[in-house]
Design a protein around this ligand. Structure first.
Ligand SMILES: CSC[C@@H](O)[C@@H](O)C(=O)COP(=O)(O)O
Ligand SMILES: [Zn+2]
Length: 208
């Protein structure tokens, strides 16, 4: 691969990450410095957000390269504190090309309102946005893992569910992780999941 192509690939991935951050910010899913976003390039490099920046105001400098071990390729760069969760998904499935993490109100509140290990979404037409879902007349299980500041340890809790999460997963009181083959697919899934979580929250308020 010549130098020009390598640079173009990187720029395209960075633009994908910047655009995803803006879109997530428009919905209010990345408050303050919350959230992280990554993109795997066709040549295997991983572009991920630098730790601590606002994901709605990303610049090219806010996106850095990491290896599959979650470490920065360029010394001094500080990748997202949650980089290992992205790498875990990339290692699990070579078809995954983008990973998104946001902190919406609905994912935070709903996951704190239960001690269960999953939220079940049923009877919504929009469930069909997820792989393998062809009808509203079914249910989608979204695993909920207890929050942990030790991300390597959190990875070990997520691991048994890999390959069994059509809609992504939620970290309790924290937020969602969603992925896809491309950034567009990941964003569509995130939008679908967040729509359903927002509906679920409204439904529960009506019941009170
Ligand atoms: C604003 S606190 C949120 C962080 O603790 C973390 O959960 C998060 O999503 C962003 O961390 P970052 O290191 O910027 O990727
Ligand atoms: Zn987070």
């Amino acid at each position: 691969m010549d130098q020009m192509t390598t640079t173009d690939l990187w720029s395209g991935a960075v633009q994908d990450v910047i655009a995803a951050g803006r879109r997530m910010d428009r919905f209010g899913w990345v408050p303050a410095t919350a959230g992280n976003i990554s993109r795997r390039l066709p040549d295997g490099r991983i572009a991920i957000t630098r730790s601590g920046g606002h994901k709605g105001c990303l610049t090219q400098e806010g996106v850095i390269e990491v290896g599959m071990d979650g470490k920065a390729v360029h010394p001094g760069d500080r990748p997202s504190a949650e980089t290992l969760l992205h790498c875990q998904l990339y290692a699990h499935d070579p078809a995954i090309g983008a990973v998104l993490h946001g902190h919406s109100v609905a994912s935070t509140v709903l996951s704190m309102a239960t001690t269960d290990g999953a939220l079940t979404l049923a009877d919504y037409e929009v469930q069909k946005v997820f792989e393998g879902q062809t009808t509203h007349d079914a249910s989608v299980r979204v695993p909920v893992f207890d929050n942990d500041q030790d991300i390597a340890r959190l990875c070990t809790v997520v691991a048994p569910e890999l390959g069994r999460m059509p809609a992504g997963y939620i970290i309790r009181g924290h937020g969602v992780y969603v992925w896809g083959a491309t950034m567009d697919v990941a964003l569509a899934r995130l939008e679908g999941l967040e729509f359903l979580l927002a509906c679920e929250l409204e439904k529960r308020k009506l019941r009170r």
